[in-house]
Structure formats: C-alpha cells, structure tokens
Design a protein around this ligand. Structure first.
Ligand code: ADP
Ligand code: MG
Ligand code: ZN
Length: 627
C-alpha cells in the first residue's frame, strides 16, 4: 500500500538513531578492552627482567608466557607483557620459582565472544525496539489515529449513556425535532417501515447558523433512539496524511454497518463536502477523494438496515450538489435562530442548571435578546450566574440577567477605563442623538436603555432599542428610520460641537450595510427597482455579498447608497435641530447618571405622556447602536 511508505520512513530513521546510540553506549559502558594494554617483549628481555626482579606474577600457557611487572606505569591502565614461550628452556619454571615470582592469572578472562555480542548489541537493540514501538503506539493514539493499522478510523462511538441528551434538552426548534422524531421512530423499529415498503431517507442534513443547536440535536436523536452514535467532524477527515480521509470514511461505514441500527453523525460536513470544481490546478485531491468515498459509501448502504446518516453545516450553499441529491442527504432540516418563544424556552432550559431567584421574567430577557442564538442564550445565563457569584449572592437575579445580555452583546463593562471629561461629554450627546432621533421617528424601535459606560468591545457607550414585537419582515420605512437613527449620533456631534469624531465608525458601517442592501438586494431603490445586483454567499455566516453587475452599475449603486445615507443624515439633523433644548437637557442627565432607562428618557422627552404605557410595552427585537 502506498500510504505505508510514509510511515516506514520515520521508523527507519528511528532505528538508525538507535544503532548509533548503541554504538556510543558500547564505547562508554564496555571500555575494558582499553583498560589493559599489552606489551610484547622478546624472550631475552623477559629473562633480563626476571633477573632484575622486575616481574611480579606470571601465567604460563602452551605457547606464551604472560607476566605483570612489579612496577606499573602510572597511566591508569594495567599493562601486562607477553613473550613467546621458548620450549627449549625447560628450566624456566624452576627459575621462576627461585625468583619468587607468583603464578597467577595475568591475562584477563575473556567473555565468550558470543555472549559479549549478545550483551553489547542484541540486548540493547531489543530494548530500543520495545521502547520504540511502545512510544510509537502512544504517539499515534495521541494524534487521534491508529496510524500503524490503516483504515481504522477513530470515529468515537457514543452510546446513549454518554450523549445523555434527549429532545427535552433542546428547546424551541420544534420543526426540526418533528422531522428527527421520524428518524428516531425508524431506528426503534425498522421492521415496521420495511413491512409496508416505505423508504426512509438515508441521510438528513441539519442546516442553520452557528450555535443554534445542530450538534445538540444530533446527540439528542441518538439519546432518544438509544442506538450507538458514531460522530466525527468533517475536519477530522482532512488531516494528517494523504489517503487517510478516504480510508477513514470506509472504515467509519464498515463499523457502522456492523453496529446497525445506529446513527452516523458528520459534524461540519462542509469541510469535506465542498463543491468539487474543475478549476484545473489547485484542486484538493485529498478532499475530493474523501468526498467521493463518502458518496460511494452512502450509495452502497442498504437503507433498510437501519443506519441513518446525519450531518450538520452552517454553509449549505457550498456543498456539492451530489451530496444533496435523492438517496443521499435528501432531507434538509433547517435549524434557524430561535424566535421569541424559542428564546424563552431555551433560557428556561439553561436556567435549570443555575440557582435563580423565583421571580425572573424570562419573557423580558427573551425580548431583549432578539437575534441571539441558543449558544449565546446559554452564555447569557452563565454570565448572569458568574455575576451573581462575583457579587456574593446565592441566586441569579433579574438584574444579573439584564447585565449579562449587555455583556454578551457589547462586552464587559470597563468601569475603571479612563475617559476624559471632554470625551464623556461628546459620547453623551452622541448617544442622546441616537435615542432622540429614534424616539421621534415613527418606525424606529423604542429606546430601552442608554449608557455611556465603556465596554470591552471598544464601544464608549450605546443605545439599546427593543422593538414592540418580533419582526420577521422590515418595511422600507423601517429600514430608512433605522439608518436615520444610526446617523443621529454623528449629527448630534456636528450640531452641538461643530466637529465630528471617530466615535461614529460602527454607526457608519451599519448604516452603509443597510443602505447597500436596500439598493442591491431588497429592490428598494427607485433607480434599479426589483433587480438583484448582489448575491449573498453564506447566508448563515457573515453574509458576504458578491456584486453581479457591470462596473458602470456598481458606480451607480455607490451614488445611490450615498444619496440614501445623505437623506437620512439630513432628516436626523432636522430632528435634532428641532429638539435642541431636549438634547441639551438629556445629555446633561446622561452625563451625570451614566446610564438611563428608556422610561427615564421618555419622562424627560415627553413628560405629559403616561409613563405606564412604557412599562407595559410589549417589546421585542433588540437592536443596539454602539458608539
Ligand atoms: P451548533 O452545532 O448549531 O453550532 P451546538 O449544538 O454546538 O450548536 O450548540 C451549542 C450550545 O448552545 C449547546 O451545547 C447548548 O448548550 C446551547 N444551545 C443551542 N441551541 C439550543 C437549544 N435549542 N436548546 C438548548 N440549548 C441550546
Ligand atoms: Mg456544531
Ligand atoms: Zn453611535
């Protein structure tokens, strides 16, 4: 197999290193060869040394005589001498006895060469091999794949006890739950469906923005069906080594086939399911192979067997068409951002995990969190709990929740940020500018709160607006009023100080985005009418748009957008000029109090209106104007 080559390489390098280490060890640990030095002398010299009494001990063999001198050289080594035994000299033994020379072992005893070889080469190599393969196994386990045995994917098998999730954990998303309920039923009793001849979809694709509970839903399906749950993330297929992705897919489906009925869940499937293109070079072969393998496996499956493939993505538009055709992920389950009721339900589910005061108004919190995903709502509850602990309280209060919303939307308060009095004054007028314009416009959402406490997000203050009701559609007038509200901040600075600041950057960005959408996508400009000039890519993510028009049209779009914003700015300026007195008055109050509620705001702006109407306002759809 050609993948194996990649793997053998590091092994060979490892053995070469081991060999070198063994050689070094041999030199260091078995140095006795060098601890002796042997000097050969002639027989006559031997006799001379014997006469002079220089010989301490001797060893006589058949062919040679070895001896040590009485005085060793002091280089640390033991030196012994050898000389050829002259057989003719028969009296040598007597003479040695006479000279009082000791008969002893002089030549150091040698190990048998076989044992020495064994000890100095084979044993260390065996030890290295054992150590090496042990480490290699651990390493590959850490990397997540058993790289020694190919085609063994590490799809994690969750069984019911481990996912521990049920549909009760997923709040809202009733349509998605309904669709998945069918699958759960099928997994409980596939035979029922087989008997009647019904074909259940092989796969279902959960699509929706990040944090709406897609992964959670898949786990809940497994929990409800009480079947094994194989889950793997798309990105896990495309990692490490070439050819692994396809092997993993193959293995995943093999394992799943053995465990049927079961669920295979591929999270973030866009990582492998991206549309294949024939753009010559730069194609991602590895990914394509993986995708092809996935398509093949899905086709090869007998749906009646009880294997259901779920996948999740927040970029359905980039998926390969082949994945979506019937027989594959033919069922598409949208998991959208929660509506008012959904948000309240999600808040309640997560509030179960924390201690709360008994009188929490979840509806109010849900109203103020329009556009938040389930994950963000879970985060709000958690932030509220943290705030309560910081405060030394034992339960979460309504106040904690409200503060947590702002924390999640606008970042933490920077209470000790140093803002110069001059900047504070500018920010006060800026924020009141937004609020005043919003209050005077017919179609703008009511102001809920105005603050000039800086946030970690960089905002020096913001105006929070909460709409009366959940809005799914926006009219042209509402959009224009929204843009006008964005313009209010800058207009107030211009009107009061005659100079403008960088504080409006976020407003400008938002206003431009809206105005542009009006012209290019919403068909709300007089010049172009109902003409799509942009296509949106990634509806669930950033919402990037690509122009689909000529350069001349693009230039005209810019003119149009500029005109819309200019008109709105003029309108905002007009409102502020007409209400300059109130602007001064409110800015002064805000500067003093740093935070004022919508009710306090309206009490000053329209004192003859009954404040009670504001207390009872049915509001939803939050929007805030930063800076
Ligand atoms: P996704 O996979 O869609 O990006 P997740 O399923 O990972 O989102 O959701 C992240 C977390 O958000 C979940 O673990 C859960 O705590 C919370 N959450 C999201 N949606 C819901 C929901 N509908 N009900 C309850 N909790 C939710
Ligand atoms: Mg997910
Ligand atoms: Zn602003």
């Amino acid at each position: 197999m050609h993948e194996k080559k990649d793997f053998k390489k590091p092994l060979i390098i490892y053995y070469i290193i081991a060999l070198i280490v063994v050689m070094l060890l041999n030199a260091l640990l078995f140095p006795q060869i060098q601890r002796y030095s042997v000097k050969e002398v002639s027989y006559s010299e031997f006799l001379k040394m014997l006469e002079e009494g220089q010989i301490k001990s001797v060893q006589i063999d058949e062919t040679q005589i070895a001896f040590t001198p009485t005085q060793q050289l002091d280089d640390g080594k033991t030196t012994y001498f050898v000389t050829n035994r002259v057989t003719a000299d028969e009296k040598i033994v007597d003479r040695l006895i006479d000279a009082n020379v000791e008969f002893a072992q002089v030549v150091p005893e040698e190990m048998s060469p076989f044992i020495e070889f064994l000890l100095s080469w084979v044993v260390p190599l065996i030890i290295f091999y054992a150590l090496g393969s042990f480490m290699f196994k651990r390493m590959s386990k850490q990397l997540g794949g058993n790289s020694m045995t190919f085609g063994k994917s590490n799809a994690k098998i969750y069984v019911e006890a481990q996912t521990g999730k049920t549909f009760a954990d997923v709040a809202g998303e009733d349509e998605a739950k309904d669709a998945l309920e069918e699958i759960v039923d099928f997994l409980h009793d596939p035979q029922k469906y087989r008997d009647i001849g019904a074909q259940l979809p092989k796969g279902a694709l959960l699509v929706g923005p990040p944090g709406t509970g897609k992964t959670l839903l898949a786990k809940a399906v497994a929990g409800e069906a009480k079947v094994p749950f194989f889950s793997i993330s798309g990105s896990e297929f495309v990692e490490m080594f070439v050819g692994m992705g396809a092997a993993r897919v193959r293995d995943l489906f093999k394992q799943a086939g053995e465990k049927a009925p079961c669920i295979v869940f591929i999270d973030e499937i866009d990582a492998i399911g991206k549309r294949r293109d024939n753009a010559g070079m730069g194609g991602n072969d590895e990914r394509e192979q993986t995708l092809n393998q996935l398509l093949t496996e899905m086709d090869g499956f007998d749906a009646g067997k009880g294997v259901v493939i779920l996948a999740a993505t927040n970029r359905p538009e980039i998926l390969d068409k082949a994945l979506l055709r019937p027989g594959r992920f033919d069922r598409r389950i949208p998991v959208e951002l929660p509506d008012l009721a959904g948000r309240e339900a999600i808040l309640r589910v997560h509030a179960k995990d924390v201690k709360t005061e008994p009188n929490i108004d979840y509806t109010q919190v849900a109203r103020a969190t329009s556009g938040c995903s389930g994950a963000e709502l879970a985060n709000i509850i958690n932030e509220a709990a943290i705030a309560a602990v910081k405060d030394g309280r034992k339960a979460v209060s309504q106040r904690d929740m409200e503060e947590a919303i702002e924390t999640v939307i606008a970042g933490y308060q920077r209470k000790n940020a140093v803002v110069s009095p001059r900047d504070k004054l500018t920010v006060s007028y800026h924020e009141i500018g937004h609020a005043l314009v919003a209050a005077k416009l017919e179609n703008a959402a009511p102001v809920q709160k105005i603050t000039i406490i800086p946030r970690t997000s960089g905002a020096l203050g913001y105006t929070m607006q909460v709409d009366d009701e959940e809005r799914l559609l926006m009219s042209r007038e509402q959009i224009l009023d929204k843009i006008t509200t964005y313009c209010g901040g800058r207009a107030a600075e211009q009107l009061i100080f005659g100079r403008i600041t960088s504080g409006a950057s976020n407003d400008i960005e938002q206003a431009t985005k809206l105005a542009r959408a009006m012209v290019t996508r919403l068909g709300m400009s007089d010049t172009f009418g109902m003409m799509a000039l942009e296509t949106q890519s990634g509806q669930y993510l950033s919402g990037d748009a690509n122009l689909v028009c000529s350069d001349q049209t693009a230039a005209r779009i810019d003119v149009e957008v500029k005109q819309i914003i200019a008109n709105c700015y003029e309108k905002a300026m007009q409102i502020l000029t007409d209400n300059k007195e109130k602007l001064h008055e409110l800015a002064k109050i805000l500067l003093e109090k740093e935070t004022i509620t919508g009710i306090e705001f309206m009490a000053v702006l329209a004192p003859n209106q009954l404040p009670s109407t504001f207390e009872e306002q049915k509001s939803d759809e939050a929007g805030e104007t930063n800076d």
